[in-house]
Design a protein around this ligand. Structure first.
Ligand code: BJW
Ligand code: ZN
Length: 252
């Protein structure tokens, strides 16, 4: 367990905030045993994003891409939310307005108890047809190696995630931008802030007057814009926030 004292000036700003928002990335799930993308041991160190996370890659070798998602589904289904996810799920009870925006597809936030999560890059649970866009509603057994075909048109089925070069879901991006523009306290947690448009959100929040905090063991390209950075694992820092906020509010 880390021993740090959270700055009082930051905590006072946070307890007075009416509109708090969190943006998360793969790092929040690292302590649940789910690999990030760009860390030295991350997915992109071993797998090629052009082959596995683009429509061109899928159309060139749909079975390879499907197998990779089946492999990740198995890991994700066996993983459990960690103290970072649980602390974020508690935040909805601590502020008048709270919004969670995630780039993650693993649904661990929802399993920890977060609701109304804005999913910028879709999720790994749902699937749809690449030819007619019809959702594929059958349960996917990750042990089944065969790529399913659309019941309506016979087209290939893909996971409902956002690949490189694809637009983010329109409503999710609109909502995320408007939250960033109106939040008075904004956390960027466990993201390298390398992938756009998500990486812009903390900057938009800062430019609209929010107090911005980054939680990430490593510095990122946006660290310099932050009011505070905590270079520690999210699962260790976030419970300290919850503890201190409850203390200040007299709930503990
Ligand atoms: C911890 C920790 C602990 C570790 N606690 N922290 C040129 C050509 C084509 C497109 C582009 C281009 N140039 C720019 C673009 C746009 C492109 C983009 O941004 N590319 C950049 C890489 C340059 N973006 C897009 O294409 C997006 N769409 C779009 O812009 O549409 C308009 C458009 C269309 C066409 C052309 C141009 C524009 C779509 C992006 C989709 C991203 N998809 C993925 C895969 C999702 C599905 C799946 O999971 O399989 O989303 S890629 C991957 O990156 C995934 C993530 O959500 C995303 C972000 O990664 P994240 O979460 O930040 O993870 P990491 O690994 O990068 O960082 C983890 C961090 O955690 C690290 O900093 C660690 O230190 C930290 N950490 N342990 C806290 N315990
Ligand atoms: Zn179809």
């Amino acid at each position: 367990m880390i021993k740090i004292e959270l700055p009082d000036e930051m905590l006072q700003t946070l307890v007075k905030a009416n509109n708090v928002a969190v943006l998360t990335g793969a790092g929040i799930s690292a302590e649940s045993g789910i690999q990030t993308f760009r860390d030295p041991q991350g997915l992109w160190a071993k797998f090629n994003p052009v082959e596995l996370a683009s429509m061109d890659g899928f159309m060139s070798n749909p079975n390879l891409v499907w197998d990779w998602y089946q492999y990740r589904r198995e890991i994700i289904s066996k993983a459990k939310p960690n103290p970072g996810h649980i602390a974020i799920a508690e935040m909805k009870n601590l502020f008048p307005k709270f919004t969670l925006i995630t780039q993650n597809v693993d649904r661990l936030h929802q399993r920890a108890g977060s609701d109304n999560v804005i999913e910028l890059h879709g999720n790994i649970v749902e699937n749809y047809c690449v030819s007619c866009n019809t959702p594929f509603l059958e349960n996917i057994d990750f042990e089944n190696k065969e790529l399913p075909k659309c019941k309506k048109c016979g087209g290939l089925i893909r996971p409902n995630v956002v690949w490189f070069g694809e637009m983010l879901p329109y409503d999710a991006l609109q909502d995320a931008n408007s939250v960033a523009e109106t939040a008075d306290f904004f956390f960027s947690i466990g993201t390298s802030a390398e992938v756009y448009p998500a990486a812009n959100l903390p900057i938009i929040a800062k430019n609209h007057g929010a107090y911005v905090v980054e939680i990430n063991p490593n510095a990122t390209s946006i660290s310099g814009y932050m009011n505070q950075t905590f270079n520690y694992p999210a699962g260790e820092v976030l419970p300290l926030f919850i503890n201190d906020i409850k203390k200040i509010k007299g709930e503990k």
